[in-house]
Ligand binder design. Structure first.
Ligand SMILES: Nc1ncnc2c1ncn2[C@@H]1O[C@H](COP(=O)(O)OP(=O)(O)OP(=O)(O)O)[C@@H](O)[C@H]1O
Ligand SMILES: [Mg+2]
Length: 220
């Protein structure tokens, strides 16, 4: 059975597809057999990006597929180590199905109260449907100011949650990378890649906790 990592949130444009694409790239670079599932059937941001990536002959070609339900998506994944699920920017019954099927859930959020409030409400809601707290990770994204980031970390702590180590600043270089079928760890600016890799390292650390043995067998 693969490890299932989903990226969910109820706000549009917060960085779900950004993180889904980056985790997929770093996992593939780490020789994991990874599949990127796009449940955003309307936009298919991740699938379209993977097509751009393939056309640009990027070093690590990726397996990206669109599905309308997580149930369908998780069929025939026996030969996969990691499934990364990108979801639409609104909540639905399917979002909670995704959460139930996930070993790890990342909630990207901005650092304003307008972003943090719905994020914490969703965290509570996920716990209420039985998702264990240790499966829930918050990623601070589109950061504009270090002070606001510190404040956001404090806000989350006071609500009983912790943000992942690392964060993603708002930078044009990340957008440009996406336009070329690259991930936030593959921009043309070393500093941006390092920053993105720091966040990815803390995500990978969580993923690797699920590794049961060195030969790519995972526990759920
Ligand atoms: N840190 C960043 N700096 C600059 N641009 C970013 C950053 N993160 C994301 N973007 C850009 O913002 C846009 C929205 O990001 P993304 O597609 O990841 O959001 P999303 O949460 O998946 O949105 P949706 O809810 O519509 O699916 C994209 O064009 C992406 O390239
Ligand atoms: Mg998206």
């Amino acid at each position: 059975m693969p490890v299932v990592l989903s990226i969910i949130g109820q706000k549009g444009g917060v960085g779900k597809s950004t993180l889904a694409r980056a985790v997929t790239v770093v996992a593939a670079q780490g020789d994991l057999r990874v599949r990127l599932i796009d449940l955003d059937i309307g936009q298919q941001t991740s699938v379209r990006w993977s097509t751009t990536r393939a056309a640009g002959r990027a070093k690590h070609a990726l397996d990206a597929q669109a599905f309308s339900t997580v149930r369908e998506a998780l069929k025939q994944t026996g030969d996969i180590d990691l499934v990364v699920i990108d979801t639409p920017g609104h909540l639905s019954a399917e979002t909670f199905e995704v959460a139930r099927a996930s070993d790890l859930i990342i909630l990207p959020t901005g650092t304003s109260t307008d972003d943090l409030h719905p994020t914490t409400l969703l965290l509570y809601e996920l716990e209420q449907i039985g998702v264990p707290k240790d499966r829930l990770c918050v990623a601070l994204c589109r950061i504009l100011d270090a002070k606001e980031e510190r404040w956001a970390r404090h806000y989350l702590e006071t609500t009983g949650y912790q943000a992942l180590d690392g964060s993603l600043p708002e930078r044009l270089g990340y957008r440009r990378a996406h336009n070329r079928g690259k991930s936030i760890t593959e921009t043309s600016e070393t500093a941006l890649n390092e920053r993105a890799n720091e966040l990815m390292a803390s995500v990978l650390k969580k993923i690797l906790r699920h590794v049961r043995s060195a030969n790519g067998v995972y526990s759920r």
